[in-house]
Design a protein around this ligand. Structure first.
Ligand SMILES: *[C@@H]1O[C@H](CO)[C@@H](O)[C@H](O)[C@H]1NC(C)=O
Ligand SMILES: *[C@@H]1O[C@H](CO)[C@@H](O)[C@H](O)[C@H]1NC(C)=O
Length: 237
């Protein structure tokens, strides 16, 4: 059957929040994120200076030269619509060149997101081994399930998963931070989202935690030309 499953992710303005990434003082934190989703990297130093070095091991650049990146008054860094090409090391230092915090970020390409719905019997990606000198394991590292999008009636919840690579006896790393300059094309290497049905009672004291987006699924037939308008939204197919 040639049915196309479209998943529309509507992010309502009232629910829109930027994802705040933080890391302990003088530490290096490594994290996978989805491209296209805004983030703020925390660095609490009003005179913070931020440098960026790509995974291609180029010289660090002062980030003020990058158009979609803005330093906030308290020192933190805001990245609007970050792209997979902006994967790399974000280094925050104080006015005396001492490290405040380092973030090593892998912006995984949201346009390759593999979406599966448990209720439709769709399976997430399988683990795969890849020969790269040594044999490494490619797998999905899942975030916890987000809250159900409704209460007191059937709803849905989702979780995001990121591509990770694990060498035997080593700590797993986000795929593109592991690979660095190595050019590997493998269709297993993509972020994932899994959806499932849920039914939870209403608890008025609890705030619903649904970072990223809320969404609806539309089953569409064989299509030639369609236009979808979806203000303030992302569309995944
Ligand atoms: C850095 O800032 C602190 C306070 O914000 C100040 O006391 C110190 O002199 C500054 N150092 C330099 C090298 O400008
Ligand atoms: C895939 O690999 C990960 C990491 O080693 C492991 O936690 C997970 O259980 C594996 N999944 C399957 C289905 O084997």
């Amino acid at each position: 059957m040639l049915a196309t499953l479209l998943l529309l992710s509507l992010s309502l303005p009232t629910l829109w929040t930027q994802i705040l990434i933080s890391c302990a003082y003088k530490s290096l934190c490594q994290q996978a994120l989805l491209s296209g989703n805004d983030v703020v990297l925390q660095c609490d130093h009003p005179k913070a200076l931020w440098y960026y070095s790509s995974i291609l091991e180029e010289e660090p650049l002062l980030v003020s030269s990058m158009p979609n990146i803005k330093k906030l008054p308290g020192g933190s860094l805001q990245l609007t619509n970050p792209q997979p090409s902006q994967t790399g090391l974000y280094h925050c230092q104080d006015n005396e060149s001492a490290l405040v915090v380092d973030y090593e970020l892998d912006f995984q390409d949201v346009t390759t997101l593999h979406i599966t719905h448990k209720g439709l019997g769709q399976k997430p990606l399988q683990n795969e081994t890849l020969k790269l000198g040594t044999s490494v394991l490619i797998f999905t590292q899942w975030e916890p399930w987000q809250d159900c999008n409704r209460c007191g009636k059937p709803g849905e919840r989702k979780r995001l998963g990121y591509c990770y690579i694990e060498e035997p006896l080593e700590k797993p790393m986000p795929c593109w931070l592991y690979l660095r300059v190595e050019k590997v094309k493998d269709s297993r290497m993509r972020p994932e989202m899994q959806v499932e049905a849920c039914l939870v009672p209403c608890d008025h004291f609890k705030e619903i935690n649904q970072p990223y987006f809320i969404f609806d699924i539309y089953q569409l037939g064989k299509l030639t030309n369609i236009w979808l308008t979806c203000p303030l939204a992302s569309i995944y197919r």
